[in-house]
Design a binder for this molecule. Sequence first.
Ligand code: ADE
Length: 225
Amino acid sequence: MHIDIITVVPELLESPLSHSIMKRAQDRGLLTVQTHNLRQWALNKYGQVDDYQFGGGAGMVMMCEPLASAIEHLQKEKTYDEVIYLTPDGERFNQSIANQFSLMENLLVICGHYKGIDERIRQYFVTKEISIGDYVLSGGELAASVVVDAIGRLLPGVLNNETSALTDSFQDNLLAPPVYTRPAEFRGWKVPEILLSGNPNLIENWRFEQSLERTKTRRPDLLAD
Ligand code: ADE
């Protein structure tokens, strides 16, 4: 899978995408991520990509011209399955959307800044608007890192144990069950006996019940879905 990201602060994306699982995905050739500094397509030598909003009001708006030039430049090279704009008023990102994105070949991601991007770019270029939660970040870059990470770890061959993404929280709309590791007893606090039983059926049932219980108490909305 290939992901292009248009941003005014490419540095913000560097670290989250170059370590741990995201590094492995790229080292294995399963994921390529390329950032593109929007200022390459700036209006003038001052690197202008934003301007005051029509109608007045605080905050700058990212202009049409640089964004349209960047998007059209990239679209000449690739056909994108989705052009994603990260914005707090987008559709709330969740595991199901991550799963859908992970099946795609090429994604183009646009990170907004300031008051956001000119509405016409959203109308004429963007195909999906995504929010990572009901709070406002300074820009779309951290949100883009979240989305790319959630997608990247789902690509076949990225996680060593293929089943581990399948047992994550939210797959099947259930939260993950509690997990334990050695020692079996720490300060007198014991690991549930059943996990030491060696009986895979009993363990699987226990985990399912724990998942269900955890979901009922913490996220009943997931069960209503
Ligand atoms: N940009 C600013 N806030 C955001 C959010 N919550 N989700 C996605 N992009 C954003």
